[in-house]
Every structure is written in C-alpha cells, then in structure tokens.
Write a protein that binds this ligand. Structure first.
Ligand SMILES: Nc1nc2c(ncn2[C@@H]2O[C@H](COP(=O)(O)OP(=O)(O)OP(=O)(O)O)[C@@H](O)[C@H]2O)c(=O)[nH]1
Ligand SMILES: [Mg+2]
Length: 330
C-alpha cells in the first residue's frame, strides 16, 4: 500500500493523519516498516519524557499539569499512555482531565493510549513507532506514560531521554515496587502530593535507597544499559503538588538540566547509538521468530527432527542448534 498521501499530511501537521498512521503501525508490522522507512529521516526533534509511578500516585494529574505548562510555552505535546496490563484506554480520561481543568484547549496536544492487544513485535516496538510519528508530527515534547512495573517498562523507556518516577508520601511500598530495573534508569524522582505529611521522609528514603544502590549498580547492569550512569548524572529528587502546580517550576528546571547534561556531556550520541541498537534488536527478535515459526510449521526436515526428539535420540537443545544451522545463522 502507498502511504505517501498520509505521510504528506503528517508532515503538514494533520492530526487525523497522525491517528490513522498510529493505528497502522500498531496493527500491521509491514505497514509499520514502510511508514517508518518513509519518515525516519524527519525524526529526532522531539524530547522524550518517560513517566511512571504506581497506581494512584497522580500520574494523570501530573501529566495534565505539566502539559499545560509546556503548552503555555507554545510547545506541541504528544502523550502516549502505555498500559501493558489493560485493554482499556486511559487516554480519553486524561484528555477529559486536561480539558476540564481551566477549559484548556487541546489544540497542541495529541493523546494516544496503547495497550497490549498482542501488538506485533511487542508493545515496546509499537511505542517506538508511535513516538516517531509524533516526532515527525512536530511534537516538541513526547510524554510516554507507563503503568505497572517490570521489564516491559524498561524496554519502553529505552527510548526516553529523561525518565521521571512518581512516588508519594507514606507507605514505603512504592519504592520497593520500582526497585527492579526502573530505578537504575530513573533521572528524576518526583515526590508527588507534597501537601500530604511525610514528603520529606520520602525524599530521605529515596536518597538512602540511591546511596545503597550506587555501590553495586555498576556491576549489576549490562554495559550498554550503563551509559547514563557511567556519565555521572546523579538522579535528582523534587517534591511537588500536581493539583496546585506547586514546585513545577523546579521540576521543569530539573528536566531542562538533564536535557542540557545529555547534550553537553556528549552522552547523547552514545545514548542514541544504544537506543538504535536495542530497537533494532527488538525488530530482529520479531523477524527471526517469525522466520523460525514459519520454518517449524512447514518443513519436512523439522518433522524429522521432532521425531528424533520424541524417540530421545535427539534433545531439544540439539534440535535448536540444528535449526540455527538450517537458518544459516551459525
Ligand atoms: N493531595 C494531593 N492529591 C493528588 C495530587 N496529585 C494527584 N492527586 C490525587 O490523587 C488521585 C490519583 O490521581 P491520578 O492522577 O488519577 O493518579 P494516576 O497515577 O494517574 O492513577 P492511575 O491512572 O489509576 O494509575 C486523584 O484523586 C488526584 O486528585 C497532589 O499533589 N496532592
Ligand atoms: Mg491515570
């Protein structure tokens, strides 16, 4: 199919074309390939913010307040709500919230929800593509919000320039919950709901946790995931109130500070290389899996191997090695 008309509209800033293209890259990996191929040279202008926090920590409130600040500065904002656990959409609700508050116009704001509807090539792959479309659409800032914790989030955030994690006063559980994976890639810790008691205690807890982690995180992380850490960015901590907007000035300063850091320290190039590598790996995984699945489902040699494994004259590892040979991947 020819997407040049849609892509031209995208380049002209047509929001309906954005929505159509996003649906295409989400549902059709061949379309995704063609579309990304056509728009890739126009990408690279947006600043990508990854935002996460446990349920109820105030992500939606936070994003709507932050979005309004950026929109007031004349920026165009893209928001992608990624919820791997739910087929439901949070984007409509967020849109309502942003609209509701002060009758704010959504003219320069594009919101999209994504859930794991068995996205071909994975949710992280689809999210990467949506980010690129919003980038080409002309978004200055792209906010990627994820719900939940775990590897899927880490994968999704590999494309973010700055990662912001929301915590709330009280309960130590939220720190526990985000320990794995996300902690190491967090650039700014935000203690939301500073109006509640215990905000300063939470800041102290975060500092303590960071100190503990500093000691061994270098060994525990793979080299390529380590670039930002190695380059001496100490995660910042700030307390805010997302309802009133208190301390948001400080927060946006910290985001700018991290952005400056990335460009001035020369980390950006390494970072970009790392990002392309991990993205390509995702694509390769998908393509190779497809190839292998195709081969396994319709190949007499494989049937023969299967029989051998069933007879116990071959084991599954050896069979896998034979398949790798068959694919010429040795
Ligand atoms: N007191 C106080 N309440 C807040 C603040 N920010 C958000 N809230 C409230 O916290 C509740 C949850 O906020 P949401 O923005 O829906 O949180 P969320 O993280 O998006 O929640 P989920 O989408 O369910 O994961 C709402 O009742 C908000 O009004 C804050 O700074 N102070
Ligand atoms: Mg929410």
């Amino acid at each position: 199919m020819d997407y040049s008309d849609l892509i031209q509209k995208l380049l002209n800033g047509n929001a309906r074309a954005v929505a159509r293209l996003i649906t295409l890259v989400e549902n059709d990996i061949v379309a995704a390939e063609n579309i990304i191929n056509a728009i890739y040279s126009h990408t690279g202008n947006a600043y990508i913010l990854g935002i996460t926090g446990s349920p109820g920590s105030g992500k939606s409130t936070f994003i709507s307040t932050l979005t309004k600040i950026y929109a007031k500065q004349g920026k165009k904002i893209g928001i992608i709500c990624v919820d791997p656990t739910s087929p439901l959409t949070g984007g409509a609700l967020l849109g309502d919230r942003i609209r509701m508050k002060d009758n704010f116009s959504l003219k320069n704001v594009f919101i999209r929800s994504m859930a794991n509807r068995g996205q071909l090539g994975g949710l992280a792959r689809a999210t990467e593509d949506v980010v690129k479309i919003l980038d080409v659409y002309g978004c200055d800032i792209i906010i990627v919000e994820t719900v939940g914790v775990g590897q899927s989030e880490v994968d999704i955030f590999k494309s973010a320039h700055s990662v912001v994690v929301l915590l709330v006063p009280g309960l130590g559980d939220d720190i526990q919950a985000i320990k794995a994976g996300i902690m190491e890639i967090t650039d700014i810790f935000v203690v939301n709901k500073m109006d509640l008691s215990g905000a300063d205690k939470k800041i102290a807890d975060i500092m303590q946790m960071l100190e503990l982690r500093m000691n061994y995180k270098y060994e525990s992380l793979k080299d390529e995931e380590n670039i930002l850490l190695k380059s001496n960015w100490t995660p910042e901590i700030v307390k805010i109130n997302s309802i009133t907007g208190e301390n948001f000035e400080k927060l946006t300063e910290l985001i700018d500070k991290h952005r400056d850091f990335l460009s001035k320290s020369g980390v950006m190039a390494d970072y970009q290389k790392n990002r392309i590598k991990s993205e390509t790996l995702q694509i390769l995984k998908h393509k190779i899996t497809k190839k292998v699945e195709g081969l396994i489902s319709s190949n007499p040699t494989i049937d023969e191997y299967l029989r051998l494994v069933m007879d116990k004259s071959l084991d599954p590892y050896s069979m896998a090695n034979l398949i790798i040979k068959l694919l010429g991947l040795e």
